[in-house]
Design a protein around this ligand. Structure first.
Ligand code: GDP
Length: 138
């Protein structure tokens, strides 16, 4: 079993898509091992996305991530990291495959509705960034 961090981003929470996105997750046999709705601080958003701090879009991205609440989830399944990224689709919804979350729900490259860890190392960092072990239920 592998774990990954999923985020339903502010654009999707704002449009009442928590249920639709969670349904897709559960219908693909992921276990939602942890889940909470939170408003990130600017500092948290900047630390979470620290790998992007030199990118020109860093301030726009972190400002967007605090524009409204997000839903944080720990997903569990075999090959959860790749599996969740496949279910989300490409970063830019214009490039995303039909039937993926970003193709169906994302607004644009920035407001792309969902986040997923991109490697085991990132998943470990991102999960522990938001959840303690006692908040995760296998
Ligand atoms: P991801 O792993 O698919 O989320 O993609 P990245 O790690 O490359 O980028 C992180 C997030 O930054 C994306 O999901 C988008 O929300 C945002 N993002 C990526 N590229 C751009 C860009 O060129 N402009 C803006 N404004 N946001 C971007």
């Amino acid at each position: 079993m592998e774990r990954t961090l999923a985020i339903i981003k502010p654009d999707a929470v704002e449009r009442n898509l928590i249920g639709k996105i969670s349904e897709r997750i559960e219908s693909k046999e992921f276990k939602i091992a942890a889940m909470k709705k939170v408003a990130l601080s600017k500092n948290q958003a900047e630390n979470f996305y620290h790998v992007h701090r030199e990118r020109p879009f860093f301030n726009d991205l972190t400002t967007y991530m605090i524009s409204g609440p997000v839903v944080l989830m720990v997903l569990e399944k075999e090959n959860a990291i790749v599996g969740w990224r496949e279910l989300m689709g490409a970063t830019n919804p214009a490039d995303a495959t039909e039937g993926t979350i970003r193709k169906d729900f994302a607004i644009n490259l920035e407001k792309n509705s969902a986040h997923g860890s991109d490697s085991p190392e990132t998943a470990a960092f991102e999960i522990s960034f938001f959840f303690s072990q006692t908040e995760i239920f296998s």
